[in-house]
Ligand binder design. Structure first.
Ligand SMILES: [Zn+2]
Ligand SMILES: [Zn+2]
Length: 346
């Protein structure tokens, strides 16, 4: 393929990708409004049509309203925290000095560019390299990417421990808001299951003529259908993310099929064997939810770490040892880590 053909192909691909990203940006502006509209509609049907107009018994009315409002407030609080928390970006120390940046921009030879990056990254706690074994550098943000950091093409910025870009939130889910995101989905599932069960109960009363026909009947049946569908979708979504959190793997890493870009290529999935961040189920969950149990179920930031360096389980069993390895030059520490990994494998 000639250089011109190659250039044209790259330009076409980039244009298609940019269209895709601008589509996601537009969808991201509309979908949160759609979600809030849907929540408001369900709120109205449950509180007004179901609890106030349909349920006769005062005790049942109060119980339904208290449980519903508790779950609703927690769900909306977590959702808003996920939407409004700005994604964490790499700290300043990961930005090469102005002179290094100019040197990088003025050269095109891959080996020279790598030498500049290796020098700039020599004191940084970096373990992950790109598939070629090079220091990962974002040419858009001009930043050396910390471990588990990826560039989000929709937000056009590098995000620490990027999980995914969510169009329903119009925000990236990453280190700063992953806990809020998991809680929002969890409370969403509980809210949908509760609302679905109560509206099913009322629907059965309508069908069996234990309740007289009223204008509330249709909205309640619509509420039952909507919440049942959302309960199933959200439960599957929550299950997937809970398993990933249990394994200490982000969606992005799971999609890429590996956490360590330069690790064993024969590994066909992200398991504890090729995941250097796997610490055991309990410690993996504590990385997201923190050590203080009183904050686990509230949208208050309690994740462990700084989003830049992460304790490693399989390779080294304690944080101190990790810190000692990270303090060495990246190339040395990396080869040492891989060496340890190789010897540990059966
Ligand atoms: Zn970037
Ligand atoms: Zn994003």
């Amino acid at each position: 393929m000639s250089k011109e053909e190659k250039d044209t192909k790259i330009t076409i691909n980039e244009t298609e990708e940019e269209d895709d990203y601008s589509g996601k940006r537009k969808a991201g502006r509309v979908l949160p409004i759609f979600i809030i509209g849907l929540l408001a509609t369900c709120y109205y049907i449950f509180v007004v049509e179901l609890c106030i107009f349909t349920v006769q018994l005062l005790e049942a009315k109060v119980t339904f309203l208290v449980i519903f409002h508790l779950l609703f407030l927690l769900c909306v609080w977590c959702y808003l925290r996920t939407v409004m928390t700005p994604p964490a970006v790499p700290p300043e120390k990961f930005r090469p000095s102005e002179s290094d940046k100019q040197l990088y921009l003025s050269d095109e030879r891959p080996q020279v560019l790598q030498e500049i990056l290796i020098r700039a990254a020599k004191d940084l706690p970096i373990y992950t390299k790109d598939p070629k074994g090079d220091v990962r550098y974002c040419t858009t943000c001009h930043v050396i990417k910390p471990d588990r950091c990826h560039h989000c093409p929709v937000c056009n910025v590098c995000i620490l421990k990027l999980d995914h870009h969510c169009v329903f939130l119009n925000n990236c889910v990453g280190f700063s808001n992953y806990k809020f995101f998991l809680l929002a989905v969890m409370y969403g599932v509980l809210l949908c299951i509760f609302t679905s069960a109560v509206s099913l109960y009322c629907s059965i009363l309508f069908w069996t003529h234990q309740l007289p026909n009223s204008p509330s009947k249709v909205p309640i049946i619509v509420l039952f259908s909507l919440t049942t569908i959302f309960a199933i979708i959200l439960f599957l979504f929550l299950f997937t993310h809970f398993v990933l959190a249990l394994l200490n793997v982000t969606s992005r890493e799971n999609k890429d099929n590996t956490v360590d870009d330069t690790a064993d290529d024969t590994a066909d999935d992200t398991t504890e064997e090729n995941n250097p961040y796997y610490l055991g189920f309990s410690k993996n969950l504590r990385e997201v939810f923190g050590n203080e149990k009183k904050y686990w179920f509230l949208p208050i930031f309690s994740s462990l770490g700084d989003g830049v360096s992460f304790p490693m389980g399989e390779v080294t069993m304690d944080i101190e040892k990790n810190a000692a390895i990270a303090a060495k030059p990246p190339s040395e520490s990396h080869s040492q880590l891989l060496e340890v990994k190789t010897t540990q494998k059966p």
